[in-house]
Ligand binder design. Structure first.
Ligand code: CIR
Length: 254
């Protein structure tokens, strides 16, 4: 969590047409811009140097930079996101990643979204989902191995978009997960915190250095997370949540 740098992408006007799994109304542009700016400010006050990439109007979901790419100190991986409208997004990250990382690997087969990849200290879990298929998971796994990272496949719970919609890391050894994911047993061996019933929408928290970003509207979750060595910062995300945003997917951090 001792990141020093992050890359984000500023929203363009098309962001209001972002994909959403459950249907529902468009978010307001002003609301998304304000929440995104608040997120970037929170990363900066947590101590990160943040590079803001220009909006990509042709890609309404391009603010979610952690779906077409994953970064590690030893290298970056460009993925093939599983939504057809997002497949080409990675190409627009290539230059920024080439400038920052010694190696930029490219997934060649299948589909995988970074939102399905939960990187734990001992391995990366790759969740199979509507966006990530077995071929993609295996192709990504081979690239992770090239970077020296072990990996294992998990099932993403059916009711959520991505594995990390239902789970996230609180600290090096503590994972936060919704009840179905806890029950699946994949996190046996880790310290596991279960998201309070009714607050599942808050499961995607983001630890950055000594700060833990939690969405508004999850008071029991915020209280539970206070006390894990990080300052809980509650960030408004009601508009951005209408297009299924999570905090982890809106930046690449290293
Ligand atoms: C999408 O459906 O691709 C975007 N509207 C939301 C992606 C959120 N990404 C994530 O949870 N990793």
């Amino acid at each position: 969590f001792d990141f020093t740098d992050a890359i984000v992408r500023r929203p363009g006007a098309s962001v209001v047409k972002g994909l959403r799994a459950g249907g529902g109304d468009d978010p307001t542009l002003d609301g998304v811009l304000a929440e995104h700016a608040g997120y970037v400010a929170a990363l900066r006050s947590a101590g990160l140097t943040v590079e803001e990439l220009e909006p990509l109007e042709d890609f309404p979901d391009a603010i979610f930079v952690e779906d077409p790419a994953l970064v590690f100190t030893q290298g970056a991986i460009l993925l093939r996101p599983g939504a057809p409208s997002r497949e080409a997004e990675g190409q627009y990250l290539r230059d920024a990643l080439n400038r920052r990382f010694p190696r930029v690997l490219q997934q060649a087969d299948g589909y995988a979204d970074g939102g399905d990849v939960l990187v734990m200290p001992d391995r990366a879990w790759i969740g199979l989902s509507a966006r990530t298929d077995r071929t993609g998971a295996a192709a990504l796994g081979a690239l992770l191995e090239e970077l020296g990272i072990r990996w294992q496949v998990a099932e993403t719970p059916a009711e959520v978009l991505h594995l990390k919609t239902a789970s996230s890391l609180v600290d090096e050894e503590t994972v936060l997960a919704t009840a179905p994911l806890v029950a699946s047993g994949i996190f046996a061996g880790y310290r596991v915190l279960e998201v309070p019933a009714g607050e599942e929408g808050g499961a995607n928290v983001l630890r950055v250095r000594d700060t833990l970003l939690v969405g508004t509207g999850y008071p029991r979750l915020a209280e539970m997370l206070d006390g894990y060595g990080a300052k809980v910062t509650v960030l408004p995300n009601a508009e951005i949540a209408k297009i299924d945003a999570g905090f982890t997917c809106m930046s690449l951090r290293w």
